[in-house]
Design a protein around this ligand. Structure first.
Ligand code: 4MI
Length: 400
């Protein structure tokens, strides 16, 4: 950015990684959104993209806004990433295209259809157990337990050590932020988890016929080396468990705090899928993601230089009043489609149909079996560089 151009763009010293911002992000995201579509964040020396239209534009133009220089604050052209880059997430066409094909060949509609029965039974079984107990921690006992059992079984990792996937997911997303104390601590505390994940990307450790083994095989069929096949399995282990844990936890928290929305779901369990989607819109699990410009370009009238980092406020876009009516309101009957919680364009979440299936299974099992769902104590918030999540959510349920 030249000195002349600086006048054209709004500047903010808000720090999206400060504890007070992360604790209560929405008023600050709004402040940035109202300052401009593209705002210079002086503390981190990058651009915030604050509104739905511009976030969507950036996501759909991977030639101009690339992923191969990292989708976190670190610019891979200048800094060494904390782990070998993902062949899927941190790649551009044509490399990204090949990786995407190898994974999509496995995670297609047919695979998703075949998972429904197992997910529904597991969700019903868990809900039955919890209803008998009456009160429980919805994060530990439901939001974590469901993906850790149902989805890990599908991937085909052994039961022993699965909980490392939660620690590893939290670490990977922490590292998309700056190398602050949160990241350093996750790196220290996640060392064992990272070793476990690396080991379980290997074909010999994956259940034959499971998603992991099939992705490995598909990658080799698509011409990837053994080592690169393992990296593609790593993508699923990174993004496939922790994210849905958080989305389910956030949905339960929203439903417990909005009894009229819970009542609507209970009275019509077919709303489970849209309720889950609306939960992702208002409490977006992955709050921010970055892109890097490949050339000088104007975005919303703001001139960007080649190599600039952009911080896309996905959660801010999902609450942009220019796009959503009454954006702060959790309304399970609205169509939340068009939200950018799963991204958009060529990098849009490859597991989103599985995520939706998981959310639907859990929420419809609850709706079928529970009359009232209410808070039973103070929830505890996880303060995290990238993720919006609870670490504890005491709930009480009464059977219907
Ligand atoms: C958007 S969440 C996510 C997706 C992919 C990977 C990590 C996180 C990966 O490792 O490929």
């Amino acid at each position: 950015m030249s000195v002349l151009d600086a006048a054209a763009a709004p500047v903010s010293d808000l720090d999206p990684y400060a504890e007070e911002f992360l604790r209560d992000p929405y008023p600050r995201q709004q402040q940035l959104r109202e300052a401009g579509a593209v705002v210079w964040l002086s503390r981190h020396r990058l651009w915030a993209v604050t509104r739905h239209e511009e976030v969507d534009t950036v996501l759909r133009d991977p030639q101009t806004y690339c992923s191969s220089r990292g989708v976190g604050l670190a610019d891979f052209a200048r800094e060494t990433p904390w782990r070998p880059p993902s062949l899927l997430l941190e790649a551009d066409p044509p490399q990204h295209t090949a990786a995407r094909h190898a994974i999509t060949a496995v995670l297609g509609p047919r695979t998703v259809r075949e998972m429904r029965q197992a997910f529904e039974s597991r969700a019903q079984q868990l809900v039955e157990e919890l209803v008998r107990g009456g009160s429980f921690d919805a994060i530990h006992d439901l939001a974590e337990r469901f993906p850790l059992t149902a989805m890990s079984d599908q991937i085909g990792v052994p039961q022993d050590g699965r909980e490392h996937l939660l620690v590893y997911g939290a670490l990977a997303f922490q590292a998309f932020g700056p190398r602050n104390e949160r990241t350093e601590r996750s790196l220290r505390e996640g060392e064992q988890a990272a070793a476990w994940v690396a080991e379980h990307t290997r074909l010999s450790e994956l259940r034959p016929g499971g998603l992991g083994a099939r992705i490995h095989a598909s990658a080799v069929e698509h011409g990837f080396s053994e080592q690169h096949a393992e990296l593609l399995v790593r993508s699923v282990l990174t993004a496939g468990i922790d994210t849905t844990v958080i989305a389910i936890g956030n949905a339960l928290w929203l439903l417990a705090r909005h009894p009229e929305q819970w009542a609507a779901l209970r009275d019509d369990p077919s709303l489970a899928r849209t309720a889950f989607e609306e939960g992702i819109r208002v409490e977006t699990p992955i709050q921010v993601f970055c892109r890097t410009t490949t050339r000088a370009v104007q975005l919303a009238g703001v001139p960007l230089a080649e190599g600039d980092k952009l911080l896309l406020l996905l959660a801010g876009a999902n609450r942009d009043p220019r796009r959503w009516e009454d954006p702060e309101r959790f309304e399970i009957r609205r169509s939340a489609s068009g939200h950018v919680g799963f991204g958009a364009g060529i990098h849009a979440c490859v597991g989103q149909m599985i995520a939706r299936l998981e959310g639907e299974a859990v929420l419809s099992a609850l709706a079928a079996r529970v009359q009232t769902l209410e808070p039973a104590g103070e929830p505890r918030r996880l303060i995290h560089n990238t993720l919006r999540a609870l670490s504890s959510l005491p709930l009480r349920v009464v059977a219907r």
